[in-house]
Design a protein around this ligand. Structure first.
Ligand code: ZN
Length: 140
């Protein structure tokens, strides 16, 4: 699949210290009714919870730790899932030696500092539906 869109809005957002990253992103896109877009963020966290999708078991393995980490990169997209704006974000984090860990963003990532750019696109939103081959909710 491939579609073309124009940028409708670009938001610069700083999410608050000690807040949950995924909840902050979700609250923002719900309150601004962003149904299609891109997310880019950097910063640091004081704990993290990401997932690795086991393609055989078709479920996420949790990776979590109470530890200060740099957010090297957070990238995601916004589309509709179950009729509501839904953010799908992946994080790359680094420890104090520069070693990286990352995965699919879950609730449980406590923000230390976070600067995000959220780009909203104009046009019909993409819709997520369960994909039988992968067990994931993907764009139809
Ligand atoms: Zn993911």
């Amino acid at each position: 699949m491939e579609q073309s869109y124009q940028v409708k809005n670009t938001y610069i957002v700083r999410f608050g210290c000690q807040k949950d990253l995924l909840r902050e992103i979700t609250d923002f896109i719900l309150s601004h009714q962003i149904t299609l877009g891109h997310i880019s963020l950097i910063g640091a966290v004081s704990s993290y919870h990401v997932g690795y999708y086991d393609s055989i078991a078709k479920k996420y393995i949790s990776i979590e730790e109470e530890r200060h980490m740099e957010i090297l990169n957070g990238t995601g997209n916004i589309s509709l899932k179950d009729g509501k704006p839904f953010a799908h974000v992946h994080l790359t984090l680094a420890d104090d030696t520069g070693k990286a860990v990352g995965g699919h963003l879950f609730e449980g990532v406590k923000i230390f500092a976070c600067e995000a750019v959220i780009t909203e696109f104009d046009g019909a939103p993409l819709i997520r539906e369960l994909d039988e081959d992968t067990g994931l909710t993907l764009w139809k």
